[in-house]
Write a protein that binds this ligand. Structure first.
Ligand code: NAD
Ligand code: WQD
Length: 330
């Protein structure tokens, strides 16, 4: 049985569908801070399978312990966490307590119940301001905000756990920029309030909720002057977790992988592809650069291909089309 934390969230719900479709048994939990029970029902209907689900909180160890008592858990896939960079700067303790203390609580329970396998949602944010691209897993690590620090600290905690216990096995999955949605349109990303990330903001502009998209700088040293990122379809990302679970079942210790496509697309690439494939207008205004942004970030995903047999399949058009079909009528 695989425990999926943060299961009703954006990446958790897509991964739950992929795990269930691959024949794995799962139990999920979430505190619904940034999601709702609707996603749990959608996962059941998309996979055609039912599974146990709990409302529980990483910060409340008793709420999680019920799950460990009631199920024979072999591995944990850990998505639960807070992820808004700007909010983490304003409320660092909220982030440190939820993400770091919460993960320590989860690890204590794993130790108590003898669960030895862990897949962690890390982030390309741990590469800080990379000196060059493409970025491989051996690049130096640093962070520029409390959210990123929580990812880096948790990576360190997990490395220490593996040193202390030779039976422990961990996959640190460093996601690049996940976008897109399940082809059914039943699950996807629907952030509360004003989103920070590019794709949700393009969607809000196309819907007319935002009058005009703000392009943060067109004077970067990139082909069209706008920022370049490695956007990856959330369904490809979900499959990466299945491959990582297989790997850590075979090999103990720490295994680190970039999950990206290896391709860089600019802000203009995203805007224009989105408008074209969906037949919508995305008005935009060029503004000054956003503080803290780097010009260009994309992965070298070759280690995941070589060791996990995993690579991204879906392209930018699929990402733009599926994002829109999920959100357009919401
Ligand atoms: P999300 O907010 O949609 O999902 C996270 C889920 O965790 C939410 O459903 C939320 O309610 C839940 N949660 C938060 N705190 C909790 C707590 N204390 N107890 C129980 N549940 C809690 O975010 P996502 O995009 O699906 O991200 C999943 C993971 O991937 C996060 O750890 C995030 O940091 C990481 N990540 C995301 C991105 C991205 O751009 N989406 C990139 C890199 C890494
Ligand atoms: C992408 C590009 C912006 C909004 C963030 C986190 C990172 C990770 C993913 C979790 C940049 C430009 C954006 C807008 C714009 N999350 N942009 N107008 O900054 O690469 O990464 O999300 O781990 O930690 O930092 O993603 O989507 O915010 O920005 O021009 O309204 O779009 O400048 O070039 P980012 P993003």
């Amino acid at each position: 049985m695989i425990l999926v934390t943060g299961m009703s969230g954006y990446i958790g719900s897509h991964t739950a569908v992929a795990l269930l479709k691959a024949g794995k048994d799962i139990v999920g939990f979430d505190n619904f801070y940034n999601s709702s029970f609707e996603a749990v029902k959608a996962v059941e209907s998309l996979s055609g399978r039912s599974f146990p689900f709990y409302e529980a909180d990483l910060r409340d160890i008793d709420s999680m312990e019920r799950i460990f008592k009631e199920h024979n858990i072999d591995a944990v896939v850990h998505f639960a966490g807070l992820k808004a960079v700007g909010e983490s700067v304003a409320k660092p303790l909220f982030y440190y307590e939820n993400n770091i203390c919460g993960t320590v609580n989860l690890l204590k329970l794993m130790e108590k119940y003898g669960v030895m396998r862990f897949v962690f949602s890390s982030s390309a944010t741990v590469y800080g301001e990379p000196k060059s691209v493409p970025i491989n897993e051996d690049f130096p690590l640093s962070t520029t905000n409390p959210y990123g620090s929580t990812k880096l600290y948790i990576e360190g905690i997990l490395k220490d756990m593996c040193k202390a216990n030779k039976e422990f096995s961990v996959a640190l999955l460093r996601y690049f920029n996940p976008i897109g949605a399940h082809e059914s349109g039943l699950i996807g990303e629907n952030p509360n309030g004003i989103p920070n990330n590019l794709m949700p903001r393009i969607c809000q502009t196309a819907k007319g909720i935002m009058k005009s998209l703000t392009v943060f700088g067109d004077d970067y040293p990139t082909p069209d002057g706008t920022g370049v990122r490695d956007y990856i379809h959330v369904c490809d990302l979900a499959d990466g977790h299945i491959a990582a679970l297989d790997k850590i079942e075979k090999d103990t210790g720490v295994h680190i992988y970039n999950l990206g496509t290896g391709k860089g697309y600019s802000v203009y690439d995203l805007i224009h592809t989105f408008a074209r494939v969906n037949g919508v207008e995305v008005p935009y205004t060029v503004c000054p650069r956003r503080p803290g942004d780097v010009p260009e970030m994309y992965s070298d995903p070759s280690k995941a291909k070589a060791e996990l047999g995993w690579e991204a399949r879906l392209g930018l058009e699929d990402m733009c089309r599926s994002s829109w079909s999920f959100i357009k009528d919401k």
